[in-house]
Design a binder for this molecule. Structure first.
Ligand SMILES: C[S@@+](CC[C@H](N)C(=O)[O-])C[C@H]1O[C@@H](n2cnc3c(N)ncnc32)[C@H](O)[C@@H]1O
Length: 330
């Protein structure tokens, strides 16, 4: 019963801020969509009134989940699932659904997974439950598709020459992580604050893990299974994620137009109560202790009504989903 839980290297981001938002709802089930090293789940389970249902697509977190089972017994359930499948979870008394997007430090620092540009060897980047790896993308996608991935998912100014060089080089040799870094560094001569490979690696991770589709359908399905009065909280780490979450909450927390002369299809209902329009960001002391937290943003909203169809949300981000659905057409 008193087993200690080893959470490994990961620092849970914005943990105190999250707790202060969700603690008024304590006494029920909390869904942790991104279990990771279990930092959020552990904190929530410290209150005996709470249960956790946790999800993670990465089965390497099973060993941590097993420690939680031993300690918290029936108060903790774990599913090795993607959060876009959250509607398969049947639970009563759900109080909040929490997303802490991106990667845990345990994943990034495992250099065999090829998530980081510090890795060597195979370009992998799979988080878990994927259809293909980054290796397939680099080997098989057309130059035009690679260009779109780098431009839209990485905002990479040099998307064109980088994609061109990849296609040239792959004719003669297998491109490994270190080769991709060399290609990028050979093209991006100017020094900048960030590592030169950051944008291309971000873009490839998003594509390989279908992070846009995951987030959009994770949010929609979270809304569908959440009872009225429940809360959705999301921590994002890059601007595309934040743009999606911001739109999702803002668009459906405002009455757009209540004119009786307009077609009924135009929503006159508020589906969320957005008490705080601006995101919560980490304090400077948190950033000092855990520098990767500097790009984190926490947004949350309470569900007010059932029946939202999210058509505008889906169509607004169709252009990103189209890129995630690009074929291996090279
Ligand atoms: C930033 S970590 C979460 C850390 C966690 N909050 C903690 O305190 O330890 C993100 C985790 O979410 C998982 N993840 C990312 N996208 C996912 C998805 N679409 N479905 C399920 N899990 C996902 C990753 O595998 C990773 O373990």
């Amino acid at each position: 019963m008193n087993a200690t839980i080893n959470l490994e290297k990961h620092f849970p981001v914005l943990l105190n801020e999250l707790v202060s938002i969700i603690s008024p709802l304590y006494g029920g089930t909390f869904i942790d969509c991104t279990f990771g090293a279990g930092g959020y789940s552990k904190k929530i389970l410290e209150n005996n009134l709470n249960n956790i249902v946790a999800l993670d697509r990465d089965n390497s977190v099973n060993s941590i989940a097993n420690q939680f089972h031993t300690k918290y017994k029936k108060r903790f359930k774990f599913h090795n699932k993607k959060f876009s499948d959250i509607d398969q979870i049947k639970e009563d008394n759900i109080k909040a659904i929490i997303f802490d997007l991106g990667y845990s430090l345990n994943q990034i620092s495992d250099l065999n997974r090829g998530i980081s540009f510090n890795s060597k060897g195979k370009l992998d980047m799979r988080m878990g439950l994927n259809d293909f790896s980054c290796d397939d993308v680099i080997l098989k996608m057309s130059q035009q598709s690679l260009f779109k991935i780098f431009k839209y998912f990485g905002d990479e100014k040099y998307a064109k020459p980088i994609s061109k060089k990849i296609v040239q080089l792959r004719k003669n040799k297998k491109i490994k992580t270190e080769n991709l870094v060399e290609i990028i560094e050979g093209i991006k001569k100017k020094k900048s604050g960030k590592n030169k490979s950051t944008k291309v690696f971000q873009a490839l991770r998003i594509f390989v893990n279908k992070e846009i589709t995951e987030l959009m359908y994770g949010l929609i399905k979270a809304y569908n299974i959440l009872p009225v009065g429940g809360l959705i909280a999301v921590v994002t780490f890059h601007s595309i994620e934040d743009k999606i979450v911001k739109f999702f909450f803002k668009e459906y927390s405002e009455v757009k137009n209540s004119s009786r002369y307009l077609p009924k299809s135009i929503s006159t209902k508020k589906y969320f109560n957005l008490t705080k329009k601006k995101p919560i960001i980490p304090s400077s002391s948190e950033i000092n202790i855990n520098p990767p937290s500097r790009s984190a943003k926490l947004r949350f909203a309470y569900k007010l009504e059932n029946g939202c169809n999210f058509k505008k949300f889906v169509s607004n981000f169709n252009y990103l989903q189209d890129i995630e659905n690009l074929n291996f057409d090279a």
